[in-house]
Design a binder for this molecule. Structure first.
Ligand code: NDP
Length: 271
């Protein structure tokens, strides 16, 4: 197999499980040295351990600037540079069982919690990656995981949708800023939809109704199925590699074709 990331050092946030874990694994398979980072240290360590000597776990809460500073210092110390950052960590806001996220009723604190992880986390990641890459004068690729929800409105997930729209736009700002500064850093966003990971567990449940709910969720998907984390990882490998050297400020949808159509009618209000 062609190893497309040979010699590169990457850092992936939220890599203990789900899409982040799949990206870390695909990066290692392609020859990169990968720092898997997360707030779930137990899961993060065990995910990294499976990947062997080309992977290392680091605790990194994307909301904390001091965590970013120490992670970058460790990467510089151990690897003398960074080439790829994947800002993957993200939350829906539904994790604690609060599903009231419509624009009329969402609580300010719930809104802010989502922005803190999804928007401020990405801001801090880009900021510290740019500073690190500037120091080492390395060629870099920053990949921000946005969402289909960053491109369309989601009535029941106002905080999440706004946060992912901010990620989409910040990606373009970073791409332009780096170009303006003469830094060889590309920045692109990936927009997944309906990728089957633990993020869906609070929504799908684990009872007998899970299969039925899964069917309902993919009814509007032309491919009529959930996507796999490995399918998103394949796209991240391409963006991280030098094959994507001319891709900058781009947004790539990976959604089984959901965004190809115009099935935009909101759910019936019952009136
Ligand atoms: P998961 O919930 O399965 O995994 C997310 C990981 O991020 C978890 O390990 C979680 O830890 C960690 N995390 C949460 N908060 C922080 C934080 N502050 N700092 C560091 N790590 C943190 O999510 P997915 O793999 O499904 O999603 C990954 C990304 O893809 C997210 O940005 C998501 O919004 C995006 N996405 C996913 C889609 C999908 O259908 N799955 C669709 C569109 C976009 P813990 O478990 O301890 O909270």
């Amino acid at each position: 197999m062609m190893r497309r990331l040979e010699g590169k050092t990457a850092l992936v946030t939220g890599a203990a499980r789900g899409i982040g874990a799949a990206i870390a694994s695909a990066f290692v398979e392609n020859g990169a040295f990968v720092y898997l980072t997360d707030i779930d240290d137990v899961a993060g360590r065990s995910t990294a351990a499976v990947l062997g000597g080309q992977a290392r776990y680091l605790h990194l809460d994307v909301r904390e600037e001091s965590d970013w500073q120490s992670a970058m210092a460790q990467v510089l110390d151990e690897r003398q540079g960074l080439h790829v950052l994947v800002n993957n960590a993200g939350i829906t806001g539904f994790e604690q069982g609060n599903y009231v996220h419509d624009p009329e009723h969402v609580a300010l604190e719930a809104w802010r919690a989502v922005q803190r992880t999804n928007v401020e986390g990405v801001l801090l990641g880009c900021k510290h990656a740019i500073q690190t890459l500037r120091k080492t004068r390395s060629t870099g690729s920053i990949i921000n995981i946005s969402s289909r929800s960053g491109l369309v409105g989601i009535p029941g997930a106002a905080a999440y949708a706004a946060s992912k729209a901010a990620v989409r736009n910040h990606t373009k700002t970073v791409a332009l800023y780096c170009a303006e500064q003469g830094l060889p850093i590309r920045c692109n966003s990936i927009h997944p939809a309906a990728i089957l990971t633990p993020m869906w567990d609070p929504i799908l449940g684990d009872g007998p109704e899970r299969e039925e709910r899964m069917r309902e969720f993919v009814q509007d998907c032309p491919l009529r199925r959930f996507g796999k984390p490995e399918e998103v990882a394949a796209l991240a490998v391409m963006l991280a590699s030098d094959e994507a050297a001319y891709m900058n400020g781009a947004e790539l949808n990976i959604d089984g074709g959901i965004l190809a159509g115009a099935a935009a009618a909101p759910a019936s209000s019952g009136q």
